[in-house]
Design a protein around this ligand. Sequence first.
Ligand SMILES: Cc1cc2nc3c(=O)[nH]c(=O)nc-3n(C[C@H](O)[C@H](O)[C@H](O)COP(=O)(O)OP(=O)(O)OC[C@H]3O[C@@H](n4cnc5c(N)ncnc54)[C@H](O)[C@@H]3O)c2cc1C
Ligand SMILES: NC(=O)c1ccc[n+]([C@@H]2O[C@H](COP(=O)([O-])OP(=O)(O)OC[C@H]3O[C@@H](n4cnc5c(N)ncnc54)[C@H](O)[C@@H]3O)[C@@H](O)[C@H]2O)c1
Length: 449
Amino acid sequence: MPRLVVIGGGPAGVTAALEAAHRGAQVTLVEAAHLGGRATWHSLVPSKVFLSAAEALGTARPWLDAPLPRPPLALLRERIHALAVAQSRAQQEALIHAGVTLVQAVAAFESPHILRLEGEDGRQMRLEFDIAILATGSEPIFLPQLKPDGKRLLAPRAMAHLETWPEHLIMIGGGVTGSEYVSFFNQMGVPTTWVTDLPTFLPRVDADVAAAFAAIMAARGVALYPNAPVEAAESDGQGVRVVLRDGRVLEGSHVFIAIGRQADTARLNLAAVGLSASRRGLVVDAFGRTALSHIYAIGDVAGPPYTVNRAQAQARVAVRHALGLPTLPLDAVVTAEAIYSDPQVAQVGLGEDAARQQGRMVRILRADFAQGLKPQLGAHAQGFLKLVVEAQSGHLLGAAALGSHAAELINALAVAVQMRATLDDLARWAPAYPTLGDLVGIAVHGYGV
Ligand SMILES: Cc1cc2nc3c(=O)[nH]c(=O)nc-3n(C[C@H](O)[C@H](O)[C@H](O)COP(=O)(O)OP(=O)(O)OC[C@H]3O[C@@H](n4cnc5c(N)ncnc54)[C@H](O)[C@@H]3O)c2cc1C
Ligand SMILES: NC(=O)c1ccc[n+]([C@@H]2O[C@H](COP(=O)([O-])OP(=O)(O)OC[C@H]3O[C@@H](n4cnc5c(N)ncnc54)[C@H](O)[C@@H]3O)[C@@H](O)[C@H]2O)c1
């Protein structure tokens, strides 16, 4: 029975430990803080609680003659804490039930097969292992002179403890976290300014989707500042001043910093085993293996894109590979990505821009959300669906969508991409009506009813 150690108890580590235990390994999971990882305690869960509250208010709005008041922050904080505790406990129970040994400690390499574990009380122990799975996640990046204080200088971690609503929020960073929280604060009636260094917001999604999302935010009153790298920000206790590289100064009550993340390898002492990592994390092969054949890295510490579903898929691939079980490489797994703003942005497989950059001959089929009954039943029907189809074979290569609940639609299409569905297959799909599935029919047949 191989001795397998997992370092990090976030979504990647917990999935790896369960998979390894179910496959017969002797598993130890070492977590420095709390099971569930940053996803549960600091990033994903808090943001999704806020966005769910905003969605509930938005859904009700067309049926009311006055907007609903904002929910009390104390209620949201309680909900976040309760959900984090419940998630963490459920994971603990599943791990114990699977026979995983849990250790609360910081793990650092001493040599290629020995870890030094240091508990909160300073007590140390050594752990010998055959296989190590590194799942230590990522940390946010901050500008050197711009660190969050949890009061007026916010970051994802500070949101779980937010005590007062900003009077005017300045969001720095046009990526995924920025879009979700800009959408949230805008829905909650907080005047919001959104600043990013690049010419476009959402640089990782197709340009037309990103532009449409930014236009919706602008139409809802968000002040957009593209091409505006931030040099510094300061808080004097009364408000914040954000200084842009071109000398402009923006003023608000709070600033939110969301300018990216970097791999967390600080406490692993990788030098002891001759490994090194960049900001993007450890370099791994298609099975998650590092330069050392018995050490794997999965989840955020293995680099972007940073999502839970990808981390979990990596965990399963790496564990099976490490235990000598048959597995396909990670790139055979189709992983969808979604941004849970309002409207949502979601994509899977090959994007239109990437297809064109690669010189692929593709057909783009589109449907507007306003053509479907389901979106029209909701608070708004803004957005569109795009299918990227290989011109010659008719295979669905990818899909992107902007609109309410777009992530659910893209999940269904992820199965089609994974199974190499063709346009003919999609044309025979008869989803329940009215659902977002109708939009696929509209894109494929060219009409809706
Ligand atoms: C605001 C925000 C919202 C997000 N929302 C979503 C979303 O909706 N959907 C989605 O799919 N993804 C989302 N993500 C991304 C997602 O949170 C990450 O991809 C996910 O947390 C990665 O999981 P992980 O297990 O690799 O790392 P983590 O969750 O970071 O867990 C790593 C764990 O390792 C521990 N650790 C580190 N070093 C050591 C050590 N030396 N010894 C012992 N333990 C150690 C840490 O304490 C931590 O608990 C979001 C991210 C942010 C910032
Ligand atoms: N729904 C989800 O799955 C979800 C939600 C939130 C975050 N995440 C993950 O967490 C990671 C971190 O999110 P993020 O939004 O912090 O990073 P990000 O990499 O998505 O975006 C960072 C943005 O900040 C901009 N930027 C960088 N330096 C700047 C500066 N000095 N001034 C102004 N703008 C600057 C970048 O151009 C980019 O647009 C993401 O990679 C994402 O995958 C996932």
